[in-house]
Ligand binder design. Structure first.
Ligand code: GFB
Length: 310
């Protein structure tokens, strides 16, 4: 990529999109194209058609999506399926029509079967049934991957797809109903400490294992893929290590300074038992995570205190 390439970051206000903007700017990319949702609704095909015809970006990063934690995914399958299909169909199709040189589609580790081998290789895609709590979102993301691959195979488009593991960091969603686990527990532990509570309620059994990657690490991996990876085959982005939800909760409580009792709410779902990505392919390109989990949680807590808890 050239520093003056016009790069459209779809979803620039979200956790992933904003991390991509920070990274691109720090690397000297000077021609970034963004649009607020109020100006460009990516679900609206006519608006997207007009936008691409007028702007003609050279590169597209598709980080816009309807996302949420286990409860939101489970409660709103229609919205997770339909909104994501609409956004990605419009952006991928019109990127092709306007001759975009390269497109990076961001998927998710939930595209893999519930009982995939661990760590999960890219070849596990479509090898078994999905985890029911996020099936709708996963189906939408799989459709996005397949559309990118179809454009590559049928029309020679350089459309690549990266599968990030569970992410966290600045601009995460801290709403307790719709957030992912790490943001939810940071907020819960902070509020419990502030209120001097002696108990903290955590969903599920604490036994599921998850892999967590700081979003700034994801952004650096995305830049590498944009520079060096030109295959339609999906590629995993993770740190290669996982942790149980119980261990994560203890780590968060330690960082925040809450030392009360943990109460496990068995009425809430556990979701998939384990989701650790095989990152052999990414490592072969020379990439490695730079933010250890404890540091990343500390940095995210600082961001939460400065921007959210105020
Ligand atoms: O992060 P999370 O919502 O999503 O939940 P998934 C991970 C685990 O943390 C589950 C437990 O076992 C939850 O039961 N957990 C404990 C909590 N306390 C809490 C809490 O207060 N809030 C939340 N949210 N979880 C999502 C998918 O799956 O992962 C999406 O639904 C997406 O599709 C995303 O792929 C990356 O890791 O289970």
């Amino acid at each position: 990529m050239n520093k003056s390439d016009k790069i459209f970051v779809a979803g620039h206000r979200g956790m992933v999109g904003s991390a991509l903007i920070r990274r691109l700017e720090s690397e000297g990319f000077s021609n970034l194209l963004v649009r607020d949702r109020s100006k460009l609704d990516l679900r609206d095909e006519r608006a997207v058609t007009k936008f691409f015809a007028e702007q003609q970006p050279a590169v597209v990063i598709l980080a816009a999506a309807k996302v949420g934690g286990i409860k939101a995914n489970n409660d709103f399958p229609v919205e997770f399926l339909l909104e994501n299909l609409r956004i990605q169909n419009n952006v991928i199709h019109w990127a092709y029509e306007s001759r975009v040189r390269k497109l990076l589609f961001l998927g998710s580790s939930c595209i893999y079967p519930k009982f995939a081998p661990q760590p999960i290789p890219e070849t596990a895609l479509l090898s078994g049934p999905l985890e029911p709590t996020n099936e709708a979102y996963a189906i939408a993301k799989i459709a996005g991957i397949k559309l990118c691959q179809a454009y590559a195979r049928e029309y020679g488009a350089n459309f690549i797809s990266a599968m990030p593991t569970n992410l966290y960091g600045p601009n995460d969603n801290f709403d307790l109903e719709t957030s992912h686990v790490l943001a939810a527990l940071l907020r819960k532990a902070h509020e419990a400490k502030t209120r001097k509570d002696r108990k903290l309620i955590v969903w599920g059994s604490g036994k599921p294992r998850r892999e967590f990657l700081h979003v700034d690490d994801l952004a650096s991996a995305c830049l590498l893929l944009l520079e060096k990876y030109d295959s339609p085959e999906i590629i995993n982005v993770g740190c290669g290590e996982d942790i149980s939800i119980r261990e994560l909760t203890e780590l968060i409580c330690d960082v925040v300074g809450f030392d009360g009792e943990l109460i496990w709410d068995a009425t809430k779902p556990d979701g998939t038992p384990r989701k650790l990505l095989d990152v052999t392919k990414l490592r072969a390109l020379g990439w490695k995570q730079s933010i250890p989990l404890r540091d990343g949680i500390g940095r995210t807590y600082e961001w939460f205190l400065a921007n959210y808890a105020r």
